[in-house]
Write a protein that binds this ligand. Structure first.
Ligand SMILES: Nc1ncnc2c1ncn2[C@@H]1O[C@H](COP(=O)(O)OP(=O)(O)OP(=O)(O)O)[C@@H](O)[C@H]1O
Length: 248
């Protein structure tokens, strides 16, 4: 489970997140959406232990993120929007490294399956600094999936992926959730979020505008008598022009 309780984060004079509370249960996929600067990356970075909360509590699998940094890392995969890879290591060496650090059983088979799924098998001996942006993104996802984390945090994971890559990623998210992972995906690609997420957390200027099942969110904003699309509901919720329960 991924949990935030009254999470606040301020960077000097900027309040990035103010009083956020939510829980992502095993099997749930939360879409984290909001305008630029809403606090999405800050939330994911704090959950992964990369930045400390100013106030409140963050938990992964019941453990406080700041008090149990090592245990948290073993349970969590965080894939940022600009994956930091080891430029001089090959694709295969990255997988070996993660397998060794996380003591992954049957690593060879899992590595092969992941590289096959994400179309990187032919690049196994290529160095990271010679990979395209999309390939780097895929390799970061493969490294994160290798140790079967309970919590998966993906920041803008579709950016730079080709259409088969996006399809494979979304399918892998569904599969990981079915296997019991709690997953959060930050993205501006609302149609894709809609196709994969069970829940949505709408952030705006650091505050939650909505948190709950995606169907509930859409049904709050009707369009010609039918539930709105996620995109329509998003614009209505973040424009300030309409409140929940209104017709578009
Ligand atoms: N290291 C930092 N120092 C100071 N302010 C920061 C820092 N990181 C983020 N911020 C500020 O915190 C706020 C939230 O930023 P964040 O990156 O979390 O937003 P976001 O929702 O991920 O945005 P985007 O959709 O553009 O990626 C913004 O006002 C941003 O300028």
């Amino acid at each position: 489970m991924i949990r935030a309780i009254d999470f606040h984060k301020a960077y000097e004079s900027t309040v990035a997140v103010a009083g956020l509370s939510f829980a992502v249960l095993p099997g749930q996929v939360f879409g984290l959406v909001g305008p630029n600067g809403a606090g999405k990356t800050t939330t994911l970075r704090a959950l992964s232990g990369l930045v400390p909360a100013t106030r409140g509590r963050l938990e992964i699998a019941g453990l406080d993120v700041e008090q149990h940094p090592i245990a948290i890392k073993q349970q969590t995969a965080y894939v940022p929007d600009d994956p930091q890879l080891f430029d001089d290591l090959t694709v295969g060496q990255h997988m070996d490294f993660f397998a060794s650090v996380y003591r992954v059983a049957d690593a060879e088979t899992k590595t092969h399956q992941l590289l096959q799924t994400f179309d990187l098998i032919e690049k196994v001996d290529q160095r990271a600094n010679a990979l395209s942006r999309g390939m780097r993104q895929k390799l970061a996802v493969c490294c994160g999936y290798l140790y079967s984390p309970q919590a998966i945090l993906l920041d803008e994971p579709m950016t730079g992926l080709d259409p088969p890559g996006i399809r494979n990623l979304l399918e892998s998210v569904r599969q990981r959730a079915a296997d019991g992972a709690a997953i959060m995906i930050s993205s501006h690609l609302l149609a894709m979020i809609e196709s994969v997420c069970t829940h949505v957390l709408v952030l705006d200027r650091g505050r939650s505008k909505f948190c709950g099942p995606i169907d509930t969110f859409k049904s709050q904003f009707e369009s010609a008598g039918a539930p709105a699309s996620l995109e329509q509901a998003f614009f209505a919720a973040t424009s300030g022009e309409l409140s929940a329960g209104a017709s578009l």
